[in-house]
Design a protein around this ligand. Structure first.
Ligand SMILES: *Cc1c(COP(=O)(O)O)cnc(C)c1O
Length: 394
């Protein structure tokens, strides 16, 4: 089956308006290309949107996760825990700091880190004196992880929390926006084109603690400060306008990226609302099909970065591979999210073996992400659903 008429439908894509283009062009005509006035404006706008005190814009969410770990003091000898059902960056950030990483299995219904597994693992880690320094829940597909539960465990066991909200700008849960930091130390957003809003490449780390934000700013720019009170043994007769006081990086965002981000942010709610309309159409049809959707907790509002379904052969008589190939042949570029991180060859070489997180592995053998992006038309959604029904032969 081939659509003939329409080009390949991707699983996600950016939504760029003329206003977005104009915002970038305006910066290109200005005096600033790298970090200039648009960067702090974008930081303040995202912080205000999410309800956080401060935000640090960087050139990717990967960089944001790295400086978040550094600011929380992650280093050699420490362990960081995250979900296996995520992009590799959620785990790599710990390794960048010389720490080790471990994984907490997922919940079979929400596909987020399982609170039960987290509690169990914390109990036994406390027994052996190997508690994590930081736990990184991932708001998979845009659905916030159960943060009040994570928060309770954090108080009991004394770890710090970074929310990997790369999927979840515009989402909310338990009466607060993702990013407000009510239940965590730092929240990270991604502005990769496939995410909810984009700056090309880009990311941001939000925090309510001014010291944490300051430390992240320093790591963003080579470990350099221009605050006199932080400078050390400055010779009185020399002009020192900055000092490098620790080892940092060049993770800065350019001003034209920030201008694009600011312009995109104006349409964030509109994007998320459209994603909800699409999710409703999928939900409605999928109820009568032998596939499994992501359970949405009643206390949350997802940003629907992804719309994952599970194809269980014992339910529908079709394998994940059969449905995947059928949809591909129908010009629907479905995707899988995710291969459990520890099953990547690099992580296998670190000593993780198959079967480590059984639920995440089972999920990976069943999952397919249907197309989900604000520019997807109702007609395209119906086309996807028709193709899916044919794939399942119902
Ligand atoms: C996309 C993504 C990242 C990395 O984002 P970049 O901005 O591409 O570095 C990290 N974590 C998750 C869960 C992601 O989906």
């Amino acid at each position: 089956m081939s659509s003939g008429l329409q080009p390949m439908i991707p699983y996600g894509r950016q939504d760029i308006s003329e206003a977005d283009i104009q915002a970038v062009v305006d910066v290109l005509r200005s005096d600033w290309l790298t970090q200039g006035p648009a960067v702090p404006r974008f930081e303040q706008a995202v912080a205000a949107y999410a309800g956080a005190k401060d935000a640090v814009a960087v050139n990717s969410a990967t960089a944001a996760l790295h400086i978040a770990c550094l600011a929380l003091g992650v280093g050699p000898g420490d362990t960081v825990w995250t979900s296996p059902n995520t992009f590799v960056a959620s785990a790599n950030c710990a390794l960048y700091c010389g720490a080790s990483v471990d994984f907490v299995d997922i919940d079979a219904q929400t596909f987020n880190m399982s609170i039960g597994c987290l509690e169990q693992k914390l109990k036994s880690a406390a027994g052996s004196g190997k508690l994590p320094k930081v736990v990184i829940p991932v708001h998979f597909a845009g659905q916030p992880c159960d943060m009040p539960a994570v928060h309770r465990l954090r108080h009991k066991y004394g770890f710090q929390v970074i929310e990997d909200a790369s999927h979840a700008i515009g989402a909310s849960g338990w009466n607060s926006c993702v990013g407000s930091g009510l239940y965590s130390d730092i929240t990270v957003f991604s502005f990769h084109p496939v995410k909810i809003i984009t700056t090309g490449e880009g990311g941001m780390a939000l925090a309510n603690d001014a010291n944490l934000a300051e430390r992240m700013r320093q790591f963003r720019t080579h470990g350099i400060t221009n605050r006199r009170e932080l400078m050390q043994s400055r010779p009185v007769d020399e002009i020192w306008n900055y000092q490098q006081i620790e080892l940092g990086y060049n993770y800065r965002m350019t001003d034209f990226q920030a201008a694009l981000g600011l312009s995109q942010l104006r349409r964030l709610d509109q994007f998320v609302n459209r994603r909800h309309e699409i999710a409703k159409m999928y939900d409605h049809e999928l109820r009568s099909l032998p596939v499994i959707s992501q359970m949405q907790l009643p206390q949350i509002r997802s940003s629907y970065h992804l719309y994952p379904i599970r194809i269980r052969e014992s339910l529908c008589g079709r394998s994940q591979r059969q449905v995947f190939d059928f949809l591909k042949a129908a010009d629907i570029a479905v995707n899988l999210h995710y291969i459990p991180v520890y099953r990547q060859p690099y992580y296998q070489a670190l000593g993780f073996s198959g079967g480590y997180c059984p639920e995440a592995e089972l999920y990976h053998r069943e999952c397919i992400s249907l197309p989900m992006y604000s520019g997807l038309s109702d007609v395209q959604v119906q086309y996807v659903l028709t193709a899916l029904k044919k794939a399942l032969a119902v």
